[in-house]
Design a protein. Structure first.
Length: 437
């Protein structure tokens, strides 16, 4: 088994690449040509799993599938100067919170810029049942704000940035990747914006290297013109949206096949409802945009999160992309199922005050015979309330209403037992246990 460290020396960093997904695959093959077959086998398994999931869900509305919330931890390894460039600790904290909000909005199709999706693509635009929340419990049970910061003297990391993933090499160790989505925020210099090691590459990588790496200038979302450093055109948090798509086994929309089209030996992205595409997009394209693989209307889907357009031009996944991601995390032969069954990791340990206290909620009576009230402070940014059983199935869900602070919910039809009440806010997810007697 190789590590990212073992890939050094076989990479040719390509300045035009925003993402290192294909670079990792090329390096795996360069290390051992027989790995090309293993990669193909993994791609086929991923496709088979997605096809099986879609057959399982046939005739069932996607909204009835179980919602899962993935605990996320950000490992931030930057120099003191780079931390200052992001606005210091408070600026980093703000980016942590709004980056989680971007992920939740983008994956649920709640992002405001869905209004820009061209009419021909609106019918296939998909929202997932995957939510993201900051982890508030470390693997040892102690509290965490969902991020940790290490000040380094390493000004930049060259791809594949191995040292960032190990504490004894000056970085920060991964937390158990079966429980947490690990995201490393570092300075990748001018080479790429990010890269991902998904579970399908475990035949080449140790589990402690699973996760996402993004460069600090692509981390978070610009909230004002005066917000400190962002890479030009990459300031809406879509780099992490893209890389997490890779984590759940999505490919680049053009398939990384050197411009070939599916009718000419190209592999494309293996997704049925994305148009064939020859190469990556860049900048802010204007719809419709055509290329050799889609020369007629409506052209290519340059606004798909798995393309390379600037952040302002990215605003959709498709239904089939969502199904593929679901097949890798929802409980139908999913390889990352364990990521969504530990809601306690999102709770602050007993006695630890929530540093975002305005997002707390009261739940009473608890225990309850079925009728409960959820009470919140005004202006909390609540988006949705969900009740989840211990199998991870959502048994109740309602959208938040503007300015409403009290929700009376009748759960008397539920079986006795323990449930998790989950309030999805703009910047995080809060949970509490509920006993129904």
């Amino acid at each position: 088994m190789m590590t990212l460290l073992g890939l050094c020396g076989v990479m040719n960093t390509q300045a035009q690449d925003k993402c290192g997904a294909q670079m990792i695959k090329d390096a795996i093959i360069a290390q051992n040509p027989s790995n090309a077959l293993l990669l193909k086998q993994q791609e086929e398994l991923i496709k088979q799993r997605a096809d099986a999931f879609q057959r399982e869900m046939e005739g069932v509305k996607m909204k009835t599938t179980s919602t899962v919330t993935v605990p996320v931890v950000f490992h931030i390894i930057l120099t003191a100067t780079q931390q200052t460039a992001l606005g210091g600790i408070s600026g980093i904290e703000e980016r942590v919170y709004n980056q989680i909000q971007v992920l939740n909005d983008d994956y649920a199709k709640l992002n405001a810029d869905t209004t820009f999706i061209p009419a021909p693509f609106k019918p296939v635009a998909g929202g997932s049942q995957i939510h993201f929340g900051l982890a508030h419990r470390k693997p040892d049970g102690s509290s965490t704000p969902g991020y940790e910061i290490r000040t380094t003297t390493t000004a930049s990391y060259s791809f594949p940035a191995s040292g960032a993933k190990y504490t004894n090499q000056g970085g920060l160790d991964a937390w158990d990747p079966s429980l947490y989505l690990n995201v490393w925020v570092i300075n990748l210099g001018s080479s790429i914006l990010g890269f991902t090691v998904p579970r399908s590459l475990l035949f080449s990588f140790p589990s402690q290297e699973l996760g996402v790496v993004i460069t600090h200038g692509a981390f978070g979302k610009r909230t004002a013109a005066t917000t400190p450093y962002f890479i030009n055109g990459i300031d809406k948090g879509r780099t992490l949206t893209h890389e997490v798509g890779h984590y759940f086994e999505l490919e680049h929309i053009w398939g990384d096949d050197n411009g070939l089209c599916p009718n000419n030996g190209g592999q494309d992205d293996g997704i049925a409802d994305t148009p064939p595409q020859a190469n990556s997009s860049s900048g802010v394209p204007v719809f419709p945009k055509y290329d050799a693989c889609s020369p007629t209307y409506p052209g290519i889907m340059f606004m798909n999160y798995m393309d390379y357009s600037n952040d302002t031009a990215l605003y959709m996944f498709t239904n089939d992309q969502v199904a593929r991601m679901h097949s890798n995390i929802l409980p139908v032969n999913a390889q990352d199922y364990t990521l969504g069954i530990h809601p306690e990791l999102l709770d602050w340990p007993t006695g630890v005050a929530n540093i975002k206290a305005d997002n707390n909620f009261l739940l009473y009576p608890n225990p309850s015979t079925g009728k409960v009230t959820i009470s919140l402070a005004a202006g909390t940014g609540l988006q949705q309330i969900e009740i989840v059983n211990l199998l991870g199935k959502t048994v109740f869900s309602t959208q938040a209403q503007n300015n409403q602070t009290n929700y009376n919910i009748d759960l008397s039809s539920l079986s006795r037992g323990m449930y998790v009440v989950r309030c999805v806010f703009k910047d995080r997810i809060q949970t509490q246990k509920l006993i129904v007697e």
